[in-house]
Design a protein. Structure first.
Lengths: 441, 272
């Protein structure tokens, strides 16, 4: 190791001499204008040492810089010098100190830096979570490409992998107690993730919902994914759905800033969003409705529709089939499919030939509510009594019979041969005598 | 020991009726219970074992049809006995299924025996618990069968019947099914088969025959009555063949095992 450093130092010293020689005219010019300010180092000076990937720091990490990649990068294309970013070594004596100042991107990227300074990543770093992303975590260092470049880490099609290097790293997620868990894998399985992976550039990548530099916590009222901002965020693409949602009861509650109002991710989940026509989603979303509409879910589960979907089959009516998905309206609203005037048509969607009578069937019948369906209520009471009565009577009957028959079987096995024929029936019972024999068997 | 002699208790139609009743009932219970206990994990598997809910539903309707046919055939046989044979004994008397005052006495006597207050009572052709089983099927046929047909053709029945009746139909169909399955797979199994005197099963319903020894012990009243009428010889029967016994054991074991498994699943679902 020491040899390597020594070699590097020697190379650096040599290159310094050569470099100074080349820079001499410029240096002299500068000297003319101002006091002895040494000229900043040119890229080639740096590459004297940094071109060799074998050259390592004291900790063994390579200090090589791929010149070709840098030349191809957005900064290289602009003709920027190494020292434009590594300003602290611009005029330092070479070889420079091993520890350099952190590159300050804000020198040029003031807006992005200001946005980042509000972000949850920045905040996490402030709170000592050094693993939280900073500029280079997403953009890379010397090979930064414009985000419009398909090879860029921040190109929309590549972004899930970039964010996923942390948000898909289970070890890191566990160690840092990262919010949301492995969202990268959830996203990869989602309809958004699959569409993006298939190359659909309009499919939302991470930044479409979360923003890029100014990613905020979902609890931050300013954030794009904050409860009350979610509908607007999703609505940038799903605009028609947003209009429906806003008209519905859920949308009205949300507009009134009511905490009970469900927002997009409550039903669809945040990252694992599934296509709404998959059987799995049709069946799973019922539970989501049930988190608020507890009693409605209970009564639904008492019906054929609710039982079949509970078994995981999606070919019967779920909540949205009758109530609508986004424009959920109260039954009293004439536009609601569950409004009495619309109910026959609603049932007919599945039950061809359904009539007024048919539509009177209560798909949320409550056995305990006498006012809703008194005959059902009394039928339920009657059946309850019948079941309890029958099972109680025959429970006692069977238990008594069993203990008696058991004792007799036990008793008759031993003395059977010696008894006269008539006495196949047991002798008058002495429970105390006979029980142990039964118990031993 | 001399060869046991046999008497005939059931004819072949009785046996076939019971087997068809039993198989269709087991099929109905197995295909219907997953819906009633849709929360249970086993219901998830069982509904898929039947090929999904549509296939389970088709099987359920098939078994239901079989059971209705069995029921109608039984009624037709009774009607024939009355109309053609002018046999009115089915309405009243010791061989009638209609509950008799004697049944109350038998029930009382049996309870006394249970608690050791008297020797074991002996019965006539049908005991009170057998009559209960029989009428439970009748009641169940109307309640479950009637509601089942309504739910099978809802748009047709909705032409005459208001919607709230369907709520009742759906409810009683499941509840009565629970009662029937719970009763058959515990009480009937015990009374008919699993009790110590019969364990593991009584083959009389499958072979139609029982030994004279059993007949005397269990059906003493019937034996005495037939002896008084001089009809004892009429019921003497040859012993069941080994094939008949093997068939009875196989189908009886099948029914008992399926039923016990189902009732365990029901208990498990109710308790968890």
């Amino acid at each position: 190791m020491r040899d390597v450093i020594r070699a590097a130092t020697a190379v650096a010293a040599l290159s310094l001499l050569v470099g100074l020689g080349r820079l001499a005219p410029a240096a002299l010019e500068a000297q003319d204008q101002a006091a002895a300010t040494p000229a900043p180092h040119a890229n080639d000076d740096c590459m004297m040492c940094h071109s060799d990937p074998e050259t390592t720091r004291a900790d063994g990490t390579s200090l090589g810089v791929d010149a070709a990649k840098f030349e191809a990068s957005v900064h290289g294309q602009l003709g920027m010098a190494c020292v434009d970013c590594h300003a602290d070594v611009a005029t330092a004596e070479l070889p420079h100190a091993e520890k350099l100042a952190r590159v300050d991107c804000s020198t040029c990227h003031a807006d992005a830096s200001a946005a980042f300074a509000k972000s949850i990543h920045f905040e996490a770093r402030e709170h000592g979570k050094g693993e939280a992303a900073t500029c280079v975590s997403c953009h890379g260092m010397h090979d930064i490409l414009p985000s419009s470049d398909p090879a860029s880490r921040t190109y929309a099609l590549n972004l899930p992998n970039t964010c996923g290097s942390c948000h898909g790293n289970d070890t890191l997620i566990t160690r840092t107690n990262m919010q949301g868990g492995n969202v990268a894998s959830q996203y990869a399985d989602s309809i958004h993730g699959r569409a993006l992976k298939a190359g659909l550039i309009v499919a939302p990548s991470c930044s479409a919902c979360h923003g890029a530099h100014d990613i905020l916590a979902s609890t931050d009222p300013e954030g794009k994914v904050f409860r009350f901002n979610q509908v607007a965020t999703c609505g940038t693409c799903h605009e028609g759905i947003k209009h429906q949602f806003d008209k519905g009861r859920h949308g009205q509650l949300l507009a009134a800033q009511d905490d009970r109002a469900p927002v997009c991710a409550d039903c669809h989940s945040a990252h694992g969003i599934q296509a709404a026509d998959t059987p799995q989603w049709r069946v799973d979303v019922i539970r989501e409705c049930g988190t608020c509409h507890v009693e409605k879910l209970t009564t639904y589960r008492d019906t054929f529709h609710g039982q079949v979907t509970n078994l995981g089959f999606a070919r019967v009516a779920t909540c949205a089939d009758c109530h609508g998905a986004h424009a959920v309206l109260p039954q009293s609203d004439p536009a609601s499919p569950t409004h009495p005037t619309n109910r026959v048509a609603m049932c007919q969607q599945c039950h061809a030939g359904a009539n007024e009578n048919f539509a009177q069937y209560d798909p949320h019948a409550d056995l305990h509510d006498r006012s809703r369906n008194a005959p059902l209520y009394y039928t339920a009471r009657f059946m309850g009594v019948l079941l309890i009565g029958v099972f109680t009577f025959f429970g006692v009957h069977t238990t008594l019979w069993f203990q008696r028959a058991w004792r007799e079987a036990a008793a008759s096995r031993t003395p059977r041969q010696t008894l006269p024929a008539e006495s196949v029936l047991p002798p008058p019972p002495h429970a105390g005598d006979e029980e142990p024999k039964g118990g031993e068997r | 020991m001399s060869e046991p002699r046999y008497v005939r208790r059931f004819d072949r139609v009785h046996s076939v009726t019971h087997i068809a009743l039993m198989l269709s009932f087991l099929g109905l219970a197995a295909t219907g219970m997953p819906l009633l206990f849709s929360d249970a994990r086993w219901a998830w598997y069982l509904s898929r074992a039947f090929g999904g809910f549509e296939m389970a539903g088709s099987l359920h309707r098939f078994f239901g049809t079989v059971l209705i046919v069995v029921f109608v055939a039984h009624i037709a046989r009774l009607v024939r006995r009355v109309v053609v044979d002018k046999d009115y004994s089915i309405f009243w008397g010791p061989t009638s299924m209609v509950p008799q005052p004697q049944d109350l006495k038998d029930l009382y006597a049996n309870f006394l025996w249970f608690v050791g207050k008297r020797p074991r009572p002996t019965f006539d052709r049908f005991t009170y618990w057998e009559k209960f089983d029989y009428w439970a099927v009748f009641w169940g046929m109307f309640v479950i069968g009637g509601s089942g047909i309504m739910l099978w053709f809802p748009t047709f029945f909705a032409r005459f019947i208001p919607g709230w009746v369907f709520n009742i139909a759906l409810f009683v169909h499941g509840e009565e099914a629970l009662l029937a399955a719970g009763f058959i797979f515990t009480v009937h199994f015990f009374n008919g088969h699993l009790r110590p005197e019969k364990f593991p099963m009584d083959l009389v319903i499958f072979t139609g025959r029982m030994t004279t020894h059993e007949f005397e012990e269990e059906r003493g009243a019937e034996r005495a009555r037939l002896a008084a009428e001089g009809k004892l010889d009429e019921i003497a029967a040859p012993p069941p063949t080994s094939g008949e016994l093997a068939f009875g054991r196989a189908i009886g074991t099948f029914g008992l095992v399926v039923g016990v498994v189902l009732v365990i699943l029901i208990f498990y679902a109710v308790l968890t």
